[in-house]
Design a protein around this ligand. Structure first.
Ligand code: FUB
Length: 307
């Protein structure tokens, strides 16, 4: 199904039926996709599942980055960052998100804090290149479990997703069980003002913000095993209206973690499944399917390749 000739000339909206085989990346296990369009290229940041089987737990030490100009052929650009690059962390290279501002690239990501603080934490690393290497920008966590004492749980500070609005104001969304957001300062490495709570039905994790046309969207993993649901708003600061389920369970992986982009006239839903022969909850692979909007801005339910 890989249309190499089309890839060579670049596809257009007319080629909307062109579909890569899924999983989209098979040379290595990839999870928690976060895609960024920069300079006409898609950069796909992923975690790297290294567990030998699906019986125990995640084994994730570093992130990977791939690039593509056709959403079908992916170039492995190596590992731009590892959990050990954060001196204050003790592992767990979980979900991340990368954005560009003024020619610099900011890598927001989940790690487990060292024993000086409990639970997961969010760090930020910076680079002059989308493929890294990225360096810890703060030398400490951007968000950690001692900042939100009203609702602290071990897992609540994970899965960051950044969003830059049309006026240049940047935001960070994150959370497990307790969805949160805050403004980012112009320097992109400090929160600006209070941490806000969100009210999203059946919220588990994997918050992701994007804009399409006049609407802002928050997508997130619901329940467990996870489905992806979404809410819409006329403003990135809400209020948000829950609109329904975007995709059903992503096969056998229990978790589901999405990224949504527009690229060359199409919209893409990028997620993970346990879609390789020995795949499952701790051996996941990124998959890509088309995403379609209705005229009123709502999103059609995603039909996964595996359905
Ligand atoms: O990959 C580890 C965790 O699984 C992520 O942080 C969650 O979003 C889920 O995909």
């Amino acid at each position: 199904k890989v249309l190499t000739a089309m890839a060579a000339v670049g596809f257009t909206a007319a080629a909307a039926t062109t579909q890569a085989a899924n999983p989209a990346i098979t040379e290595v296990l990839t999870a928690d996709p976060a895609a960024m369009v920069y300079d006409d290229t898609v950069y796909l940041y992923t975690g790297h599942d290294e567990a030998k089987d699906n019986k125990s737990f995640y084994e994730m030490h570093k992130w990977l980055v791939f690039s593509s100009t056709d959403m079908v052929n992916w170039k492995n650009e190596g590992s731009p960052l590892a959990a050990k690059d954060f001196d204050w962390a003790k592992g767990s290279a979980w979900a991340s998100h990368v954005v560009e501002k003024d020619g610099k690239f900011y890598f927001y990501t989940t790690v487990r804090h060292d024993d000086t603080k409990p639970g997961f934490a969010i760090g930020v690393a910076v680079s002059d290149s989308p493929t890294g290497p990225f360096k810890d920008a703060l030398g400490k966590a951007l968000i950690s479990n001692d900042m939100t004492t009203d609702t602290d749980i071990d897992w609540d500070d994970l899965d960051p997703a950044a969003f830059i609005d049309d006026d240049g104001q940047a935001y960070l969304f994150w959370g497990n069980t307790k969805p949160r957001w805050a403004r980012l300062k112009d320097n992109m490495i400090e929160l600006d003002g209070p941490i806000h709570k969100l009210d999203l039905p059946d919220f588990t994790e994997a918050l992701y913000a994007h804009k399409h046309g006049d609407y802002y969207y928050l997508t997130y993993a619901m329940g467990f095993p996870e489905k992806i649901g979404y809410a819409m708003s006329k403003s990135i600061e809400g209020p948000w209206e829950y609109k329904g389920i975007l995709n059903e369970l992503a096969g056998n992986s229990n978790t589901n973690h999405q990224s949504i982009i527009d690229y060359k006239g199409r919209s893409f839903f990028i997620y993970h499944t346990g879609g390789t022969p020995k795949g499952g909850s701790y051996r996941r692979s990124v998959a890509i399917d088309d995403l379609y909007y209705n005229e009123d801005g709502t999103i059609k339910r995603v039909v996964m390749t595996s359905e």
